[in-house]
Design a protein around this ligand. Structure first.
Ligand code: 5AD
Ligand code: SF4
Length: 481
């Protein structure tokens, strides 16, 4: 294996990302912050001088994975030290925010704990670790729990302190853009309001500037991100007409005007924040892809109430009807939790019925996971694991069939595919349809990053096979010539 210190002064960082797309965005931005310090990205921890675990706290299993990875990194660090080298270990993200100091107590090999609002201060934190390490060399020992901690919600926004995005932030023509963070909804199962804090929308001018930079850096697809993205209410651009803040609908209309931007998506939304204008945008803006992730969590009014979702199943049904009214080819995706405390067989049947009525193109399903500090954790009537397992299997089977049917309904169509990566078999490449389906074709790596028309030939549970169509007339989504 290549020695990290043989390539001159260059340092390497390995960043492992857990959890949601917001963490993927944050990991990219951490790489941006570290680049001016001389850190290049490494593909493995073994080749890195610094390892950052960008963690997720949403469910219990997500947090546990972090601690087992930290155990492996501790061993790697000990080996390095035996050989006279070192490894710096940083824990970032939502576990860092939620557990703070406890992480260093549980795993003293950790050098840095940094919350999701403070990672722009990584250079400072690294400098502090370097000073400690000099002291350690001087007196030959490390004080226990000497790791440095930054889990503040600083008054200054990290976004004002991050470098402008570059080509490194665009992957095969596609980029994430975080426009909103945190959440004020306090669903009773969820840790996000505690780990990511209160809802914050970036000013529209800053978002537009970043969107233009990403398109200039090669993005043809942008995904606007936020824990509650459709609650967006950013300070309006100074010259703008019509109010001092923009909602998501207005922002989408403005971003869609950027020359060279072909595809626009946003995630993740709350049914309570789908306002009239946002529904209208789905019909008016062709760049907005016909796919919406709109988590409903449960189909039972009683459970929705206990979850503090602030709406019932009829609200969700009506929203979907209106969205399909303006955009008939809209495909829906959702999140579901089974086994919330007190969920009866009848409540679960309501969820199955709602799924049956709506018809989803894809979905994420979870067993309820009791998160310390959330109101749900204190509720009586926590369900047995076996009940959760059985319900999850039934729901997944129904949703799996719907996904298969949805994929099959597209066979024969010619659709634009944005190619993202090499396929599993040699000579194959893999991309995404407008409905976020994985599509693979025979094709060269030179097509990666471009949008090409593909005739869909066969559908499977999780993907479709197709062939490139050379001279088909452009479809509604086609890139402008
Ligand atoms: N248990 C199970 N699933 C959860 N989610 C959030 N919190 C929990 C929890 N405590 C799911 C929700 C949310 C998705 C991101 O994770 O479905 O929409
Ligand atoms: Fe969590 Fe609910 Fe906020 Fe989504 S809307 S982040 S589930 S509290």
């Amino acid at each position: 294996m290549k020695d990290v210190r043989t390539d001159g002064q260059r340092k390497r960082v390995f960043i492992r990302t857990y959890g949601c797309q917001m963490n993927v965005y944050d990991s990219d931005r951490m790489a941006d912050v570290l680049r001016p310090l001389g850190y290049a990205l490494s593909d493995t921890p073994e080749q890195a001088d610094l390892v950052v675990l960008n963690t997720c706290h949403i469910r219990e299993r997500a947090s546990e994975k972090v601690y087992s990875e930290l155990g492996r990194l501790r061993d790697l660090k000990s080996e390095r030290r035996l050989g006279g080298g070192d490894l710096t270990i940083a824990v970032a993200g939502c576990v860092a925010q939620a557990e703070g100091e406890e992480i260093i107590q549980r795993q003293p090999a950790v050098d840095i704990v940094v919350g999701p609002q403070a990672y722009h201060r990584l250079p400072e934190l690294l400098a502090r670790v370097a000073r400690q390490s000099d002291d350690r060399r001087a007196d030959g020992r490390r004080r226990p729990g000497a790791g440095v901690l930054d889990t503040e919600f600083p008054a200054e926004s990290k976004f004002d302190h991050l470098p402008a995005p570059s080509e490194a932030d665009v992957r095969a023509g596609s980029a994430f853009l975080s426009i909103q963070e945190g959440c004020d909804k306090f669903c009773t199962f969820c840790v996000v309001p505690y780990t990511r804090g209160a809802e914050y929308s970036r000013p529209a001018t800053a978002v537009l500037r970043e969107a233009r930079s990403l398109v200039a850096a090669g993005a043809t697809e942008l995904t606007l991100l936020g824990q509650n993205v459709n609650a967006y209410h950013g300070e309006a651009a100074p010259s703008s007409i019509g109010g001092s803040t923009w909602g998501l609908a207005r922002l989408i209309r403005e971003i869609a005007e950027i020359d060279g931007l072909v595809r626009l998506r946003y995630t993740t939304s709350h049914p309570r924040d789908m306002d009239d204008d946002l529904i209208a945008v789905h019909g008016d803006v062709p760049q907005l892809m016909p796919y919406l992730h709109l988590p409903v969590q449960s189909g039972s009014d009683r459970i929705l109430e206990a979850m503090n979702r602030g709406h019932g199943r009829d609200h969700y049904r009506r929203l979907v009807d209106r969205l399909r009214g303006v955009r008939p080819d809209l495909a829906l995706s959702s999140d579901f939790i089974v086994g919330f405390p007190g969920e009866s067989d009848a409540d679960f049947d309501d969820t199955m019925r709602l799924v049956d009525e709506i018809g989803f193109a894809s979905a994420y399903t979870f067993k309820y996971s009791r998160r310390p500090g959330t109101p749900g954790a204190a509720l009586g009537d926590q369900l047995a694991e076996s009940v959760k397992t059985a319900r999850l299997a039934a729901l997944q089977s129904l949703l799996g069939n719907q996904q298969r049917d949805f994929n099959a309904s597209k066979v024969g169509a010619v659709v634009p595919v944005l190619f993202a990566e090499a396929g599993r078999k040699p000579g194959q490449i893999l991309g995404k349809s407008p409905w976020l389906q994985s599509v693979y074709v025979e094709g060269g790596a030179d097509m990666i990053g471009s949008i090409v028309n593909v005739r869909l030939l066969a559908a499977y549970a999780l993907s479709l096979a197709g062939e490139v169509v050379a001279d088909e007339s452009p479809t509604r989504f086609e890139v402008a010539a």
